[in-house]
Design a protein around this ligand. Structure first.
Ligand SMILES: *Cc1c(COP(=O)(O)O)cnc(C)c1O
Length: 483
């Protein structure tokens, strides 16, 4: 348990050989999540080696290029414009629908919020304290954007079906509201908010409407073509004014690729930044970054062009067939249930009779990497094509994990596991915080970094909503980024 504190690395006097370097890096990754054999259900969307290798080659071809200045590398500019127009077409955009590529979903969302703020400043100038209404289930990138750009975020609850509660949206629209937000689908539960109803509200009140399709953008259109019942969510819905979609998720591009698309060019214009007084020249930039990696743009273009509709249909079919298999298996396990019937390939698994985090712990011990969620407690799976190969093993392990978790509950084994976990937590937390945490939650605990964390999540639940939890997480981050 007691990990020796690592020496701080000082700046290397001399470079080391490529062989030594690569060997060292391969050793470093030995504890990393095993995404390539389908052990992770988030973070990596693996389409199989053939496509992944094609995308890698495309990335490498443009490894050095910089999309900061579009006139220097017309190839990159063309690829970016074409990625955006291919996606606009996929999302039923009109003639004037346009956008830009960004570094990821977070940047796309930051830009959508900034654009809305600047759009409102011009078109509804009486508003001095702009508000944006977001469902509780919307991605935290919106909160980040509100924090960065001085917008009041109004969070509204979701209904029993985990879609945004439309009565609450209606109740919260006021003269300061500038934009509504819906997810297609939400990350936590995989359900699509009622976009058509949101659009009606937006049109009635002269508001913008952003649809966050970061995770769904490159799956839903193909699911619909395969015959799955998918409610309308894109520009086909009058009133949707912007959409974010991550090419680095179900688009299978390299990390660092998303798109933000607007219904028309006039809105997009509000996204751009121009500074004309700099001695270095006139500076114009579409997004948040300056230098932009050519490789990410090239890889995104290559993914869309190389996979094409027929390829995405196949990949989507594989993903959704696997999702259905997992759903069917979970449906016959009396201890488990899905939090909501998902609209695509995201599963949130909860339990009424077991501590679901303990099930998660047992799955971790078996080598599966699953996210833990709260309100309600559940485990989170984003299914991708690679999981077709491991679904049977996953189901067998899940059944065992449930059995083990049941026994743990019966024996009230707060003993060994939890004592070990408490020690783990103590190792990474400052004394003061740890004491506080301990006094909140008695003797239970779990270490971040240990495979068993159920007790820790239990304690966090006790602290949630208090400033203490934020302080605690900040401390953990300090520690994480120092080790
Ligand atoms: C992943 C995701 C984001 C954020 O994207 P990043 O690429 O991680 O910045 C936003 N919204 C949803 C629904 C997502 O799934």
């Amino acid at each position: 348990m007691a990990k020796k504190k690592k020496e701080k690395r000082s700046f290397p006097k001399q470079g080391i050989s490529k062989e030594a370097l690569l060997a060292q890096m391969k050793t470093m990754r030995k504890d990393d999540a095993q995404w390539h054999i389908g052990r992770t259900f988030s973070l990596v969307y693996h389409p199989g080696n053939e496509i992944a290798n094609m995308v890698k080659e495309a990335y490498n071809l443009f490894f050095s290029e910089n999309a900061l200045n579009p006139t220097a590398f017309p190839s990159l500019k063309q690829m970016e414009v074409e990625v955006v127009s291919m996606v606009a077409d996929l999302f039923h955009g009109q003639e004037d629908t346009s956008g830009t590529m960004t570094s990821g979903g977070t940047e796309s969302i930051l830009l959508a919020v900034k654009t809305a703020r600047d759009w409102a400043a011009e078109h509804r100038p009486h508003i001095t304290a702009p508000e944006i209404i977001v469902p509780l289930s919307a991605h935290p990138a919106f909160q980040k954007a509100f924090h960065y750009f001085g917008i009041k975020g109004v969070v509204v609850p979701v209904s029993d079906d985990y879609r945004v509660d439309m009565k609450e949206v209606w109740r919260n629209i006021n003269r300061n509201t500038i934009m509504l937000v819906g997810s297609a689908p939400s990350y936590p539960h995989g359900v699509i908010d009622p976009i058509e109803e949101l659009a009606e509200f937006a049109l009635k009140n002269d508001l913008l409407l952003h649809v966050d399709a970061c995770v769904g953008g490159f799956l839903l259109p193909f699911a619909q073509k395969l015959g799955y019942a998918i409610p309308k969510w894109d520009f086909a819905v009058e009133g949707v004014t912007s959409i974010s979609a991550d090419v680095h998720k179900y688009g299978y591009a390299a990390k660092g690729a998303s798109v933000i698309i607007y219904r028309d060019k006039l809105i997009r214009r509000k996204q751009f930044f121009v500074y004309t007084d700099w001695p270095g020249g006139i500076y114009a930039s579409p997004g948040i970054g300056g230098t932009r990696p050519g490789g990410a743009i090239a890889a995104a273009w290559a993914a869309l062009m190389g996979i094409g509709e027929n390829g995405y249909l196949q990949l989507t079919k594989k993903t959704l067939t696997t999702t259905d298999k997992l759903k069917t298996a979970i449906a016959v396990m009396p201890e488990l249930h899905l939090i909501a019937p998902p609209d695509m390939s995201i599963l949130a698994i909860g339990s009424n009779s077991l501590d679901i985090y303990k099930v998660g712990d047992e799955m971790s011990v078996k080598g599966w990497f699953l996210d833990r969620q709260q309100y309600p407690a559940c485990l989170h799976l984003t299914v991708s094509p690679i999981h077709a190969e491991v679904a049977d093993q996953f189901i067998a392990d899940l059944q065992e994990a449930v059995e083990t978790a049941k026994q743990l509950s019966w024996n009230k084994v707060s003993s060994n596991i939890q004592v070990g976990a408490v020690k783990g937590l103590k190792r990474i937390l400052p004394e003061k915080t740890f004491k506080k945490l301990q006094s909140f939650a008695g003797n239970a605990g779990g270490g971040i970094g240990s495979k068993r964390t159920a007790a820790m999540y239990g304690m966090m639940g006790v602290l949630a909503g208090s400033g203490d939890l934020e302080e605690l997480v900040l401390n953990v981050m300090d520690q994480l980024y120092s080790e």
